[in-house]
Design a protein around this ligand. Sequence first.
Ligand SMILES: Nc1ncnc2c1ncn2[C@@H]1O[C@H](COP(=O)(O)OP(=O)(O)OP(=O)(O)O)[C@@H](O)[C@H]1O
Ligand SMILES: [Mg+2]
Length: 319
Amino acid sequence: MTDLIIETRDLVKKFGNFTAVNGLSLEVPAGSIYGFVGPNGAGKTTTMRMLTTLTRPTSGQAWVNGHSVTEEPRAVRRAIGYMPDEFGVYDDMRVWEYLDFFAACYDIPEIERKKLIDDLLALVDLSHRRDDMVDKLSRGMKQRLSLARTLAHDPSVLILDEPASGLDPRARVEIRELLVELARMGKTIFFSTHILADVSEICSHIGIVEAGEIIAQGSMEDMRAQIQPHREITVTLRDQEAVEAVKAIVSGVEGVMGIADLEPRAGRQRLRIDYTGDDEGVADLNRRISAAGIAILGFAEETKDLESMFMRVTKGIVT
Ligand SMILES: Nc1ncnc2c1ncn2[C@@H]1O[C@H](COP(=O)(O)OP(=O)(O)OP(=O)(O)O)[C@@H](O)[C@H]1O
Ligand SMILES: [Mg+2]
């Protein structure tokens, strides 16, 4: 079994009569970039607040790095870096003072803090803003500064509540790159988002939450296989003769559910193969065509975008 760095079992949070988190069981493997995706009000922030010990579960269990959030909250807090969904107000603070303040909160000795702050600012590309007032930073910069702050005590798990929200496309890409960099440094990253492109680009794992429940969870690979049982492969060929030859080769192959002519593009013939096999099967189709001496000008698997996968899952078509 893989090591789980975050695990919850039947986690429940009620606010009065209202159940915000309803028996949620999460499995976040060590070293993963885990996208926690769901519509507004699904319970993402509430779940994260329980994981970070800010609010107690009504019932159920949660562990971070092997520590129970209710029994060993201090150990949990040491293990995590938390970036809340709101930046907060920090009037009258310079960028370096902001980081110095949080580093001091984590009991990092003054003598170590200067180098730490330099390193953190370099990591999030804010060295040139070191002496600027925090409130003057752009939203993207604030998000990066907030991320830097979560790293001050070198936690092994980052719990980030919508780190890319409200950012323009470029700033979003920068945050993504930063998350990938942090994962490379050995951190496990658990982050919530509405932005499915972020998930498909960088996540190794995904959990889809709706109305306080996990409705699908697993590695991106497994989820794609589960949710998208058939693949659409577009083959581009030189001429109609090649198209007919490919049809003949492919039609009998196990897993091929259909073959359709597509509109030619730029004078080239295109063919779509509906296929239910795995990656090895896709590679095998390609090999069979090549082995017959047919020139393949293009061979592309149309990945159903995550958006449609998400819509299908949340509509309960696939569970
Ligand atoms: N302190 C609270 N008291 C009462 N209800 C709350 C409280 N906090 C959250 N809720 C409710 O619990 C539900 C889940 O909220 P939560 O903030 O966890 O959702 P979310 O998935 O983070 O949504 P968003 O994508 O909008 O950030 C919502 O219906 C919200 O109104
Ligand atoms: Mg939220």
